[in-house]
Structure formats: structure tokens, C-alpha cells
Write a new protein. Sequence first.
Length: 357
Amino acid sequence: MLIEATGLRTHIWNNNLRSVLLLGFFPVLLLVLFYGLLIGFAGVTGSTTVEEGLTLAARQLPTTAPYALGGAAAWFGVAFFGHNAMINAATRAKSVTQSQEPRAYNMLENLSISRGLQTPKLYVMETPAMNAFASGIRKDNYQVTLTRGLMNALDDEELEAVIAHELSHIRHKDVRMLIIAVIFVGIFAFVGEMIFRNMFRINYARSDHHRRSGGGNAGVLIVVAFAIVALTYVIALLIRFTMSRKREYMADAGAVELTKNPDAMIRALQKISGHAEMASVPDEVREMALYNPRTGIAGLFTTHPPIEKRIEALVKYAGGRVGTASRPRSRMADAHAANRVDPAPRRTFGRKPSPWG
């Protein structure tokens, strides 16, 4: 086994606790965002100094905050219950049955049964890209999505390792945390986009009396408002990216724990490298994928560790080997695959120090 169960569980618990604490900052950021909007409103509509505008916004915040939080709660509710439908619409993924995709379906079902989990729904994206992702918040709506390119390129062991990787995201509960973070960040992105789209439509015409009575400070207040909105959005993004990086190492470890085959996980990562780009898929979905090759600005907004680092960890801590040969893709009888509840152990490894627990 790759890692002691207690170590992995402790690391999962710590990761989820950190995620909950990070998510706790979102309501605070939302109030800061709304304070910035109030400052901007004071600058656009009022004849006031900068100090008076800031004070007025602070006084209005307690009475208007419930409306802001209520609107955010409504947004969250819609996204909470409809996120899978939105993801499937954006990716054009289609639900498949066991009769349609017996190879992948049986692997997912067997891995789920082996850990006493309800089998997630299986979806397929018709794209040559090689990638996969898990989504869902509750156990009755978890789903695993595979691309056609991935299914065609990987042998049975490699595909099983990828499915185990995505199932590990569900087992570790980090897919739920990431989707909640994506929903929250969507609020900041929506508000910021609406503001910047309309910033040049605002009529700054002022009467002579307005200019003499401090109207010149309106521009300062509006700049302050824009700065606050931009800052909250960047902080929200950084929180989301902080949550998503280490989870890939944990899912790789979980995949090896499920399949006992680090070599297959290594081969899958090697094959995916350079072929994972899903150009037409929204950024939020790419962040949930097995691998996201986009690195952002100087790596600041990188959502996934480099594949080389993940392979290095599998070699060092799981006893994996680089350069093993892929097996011919087997199409064993579906009945035999369906009867196999627990993946047959292939290799066992001595306990080694691990970065995952």
C-alpha cells in the first residue's frame, strides 16, 4: 500500500479543514466587495469629499449587507443544485450506461464497490483531448467525466488508474470544496465584469456647482471602488488556486491505494502530457481536470503541479517505475470484469516517508 490509512485520512482531514477555513473568508470578502460598491455609488451619485464618501459607505454597509448576502445565497443555491447541468452543458458531456461503455463503466463500478461507495454517474466528452474530471457536491450527484481521446489512448491499467484518481477526488471530498469555491469566485467575477463593462457608460457630467462643491473627488472614490473590487477578486482567485494544487498529489496517492499500480498512473500521466488541452472548456472546469496545462501569469495562477513533479513523487514515495511498457488494451469479457469487485493487487510496497501523510 502506498501510505498508511491513518496518514492519508489525517492528510485528507487537514486538507478539508484548511479548505473550510479558506471558504470562511469568502463571506468576509463579499462584504468588502459590497463596501467597494457603496464607495463607487457614493462617488457617482453624491457631491462629497473622499473622507465623507468612505464614511457614508461604512454607515450604509450594516443596513445593505443583508441584501448582498441574500443575493449571494440565492446565487449559491442555484449553482449548488444546478452545477452539474451547467458543467455538462459547457463541456457537452453525455451520460453513458454500462451497455454503451462497458469498459470504463465496469472499472468505475468495481473501484466504487471496493471502497463501499455509491457509484458515480459516468459521462463522456467527445473530444480528442486526453483528460478527465470529477464533479458533484452530494453523493447522489457525483459524476466522473472522461474524454474520448483518453479512453482510446490508454490501456486498461492506465484507464483504471485515471478513474481511480478521479474517484479519489470524490472520496477526499476536495471536489466538493473546489466547486463551492468556484461558485463563490463566480460571484466576484460577475460583479467585477458588470462594473468594468459599465465604467465608461457612467455619466460624469457635473454642474458648475457640483464641481465647486467637491465633485472632483468623485473620480477618486470610483478609483478606490474599482481597486477594492479588483483586490477582492484576485484574493478569491488565489484562495481557489491554493485549494486546488495539493489535491492532485493526494488523488495520485489515492489512485495508487485503490489500484496498487503506480506504474499505470505514471504511464497515464506521460501519455496525457501534451494532449490534455481542452480549449473549448471553461477555465473553472479545466481546474477540476486531471491535468490543466495552463500556468497563468508566471505560474502565479497555476492550478496543477507539473506532471514531472507528480511522476517524481510516484517514483519516490510509491515505488513507481518510469519506462514500463503499456499493455495491449484488453477487451475482456464484460461479465468477468463485472464480477471483479476489488482490483487484483499487482504490487506491494514497503512503507516510505510520504509528502501526503
